[in-house]
Design a protein. Structure first.
Length: 265
């Protein structure tokens, strides 16, 4: 049975260099579209993405909303491009404060201190844009820790919205751990967005492992998308009692298993 799948991706090839995660996201969205699913795919418009070469253009009717993150206004800009060989359209979440810098999550000076706010803005931007599109997905599949705020918002801020009321959430785990912790104010910023959950206290220590454990608790299904997934997180997923799709080699049979996994959520 075909579904409507929203992909929220930290990175997608060819807009970023090829990696296990960027390649899988690129192949997966095409494979699911070819299997008759209706898809929408989002990623951040990092400043290192060449807009002219990749033919990005702004979608005026979707842009212009202001999102308040930690009491500061940030303009939401939506851009779009197509991967010609795949006939797949990609929506980009952009903002001059968060995504103008010519790097992804870090540069020569180190890890960006505001990566927590960038992830919050990305999550809000994706969900607000999907509402504007008036498109109600049956599955939201999040890839990479940078998309981890999306399940939290779906279960709280957007839980009663008709667009998302019946949605199922899938979370993919990769070998993409970040060093140290996110900003010490990350929990407060998420709460400030209207999320009241006593389990948020785990984010007082906002390490990669704590963030992904917290997000798995919100998921309806979990995918081990890399052979290098943190062993403790993989074990946490298997003990959760939720459907778990074990690592699939990126080939035809593996993508058929993704389709079955979505149908079983």
């Amino acid at each position: 049975m075909a579904g409507k799948i929203l992909y929220v991706c930290q990175e997608i090839f060819p807009y970023l260099p090829e990696s296990e995660q960027s390649a899988l996201c690129r192949q997966l969205v095409q494979a699911m579209q070819e299997r008759g699913n209706e898809i929408r795919t989002f990623m951040p418009r990092y400043g290192c993405i060449n807009e002219r070469r990749n033919q990005l253009h702004e979608v005026i009717r979707l842009s212009g909303m202001n999102l308040i993150i930690d009491d500061n206004d940030h303009q939401l800009i939506i851009k779009v491009a197509s991967i010609p060989t795949a006939r797949v359209q990609i929506y980009f979440i952009d903002n001059d404060d968060y995504f103008a810098r010519k790097a992804v999550l870090s540069d020569d000076a180190g890890w960006f201190a505001d990566n927590d706010e960038r992830a919050i803005f990305f999550a809000r931007g994706v969900l607000e844009t999907v509402k504007k599109l008036r498109w109600n997905p049956s599955v939201v599949h999040c890839h990479g820790w940078f998309s981890a705020v999306v399940p939290i918002y779906l279960k709280h801020m957007f839980a009663d919205d008709p667009v998302f009321r019946d949605v199922k959430i899938a979370v993919s785990l990769y070998d993409d751990a970040f060093p140290g912790e996110l900003d010490a104010g990350f929990r407060a910023k998420v709460e400030h967005e209207g999320v009241q959950d006593e389990n948020l206290k785990i984010l007082d220590n906002s390490s990669y492992q704590n963030l992904m454990r917290f997000v798995m608790d919100y998921a309806d299904g979990i995918v081990l998308a890399s052979e290098g997934v943190d062993a403790a997180l993989a074990e946490y997923a298997r003990r959760s009692g939720k459907p778990v799709l074990e690592y699939q080699a990126p080939e035809t049979e593996g993508f058929d298993n993704y389709n079955k996994f979505y149908e079983e959520l």
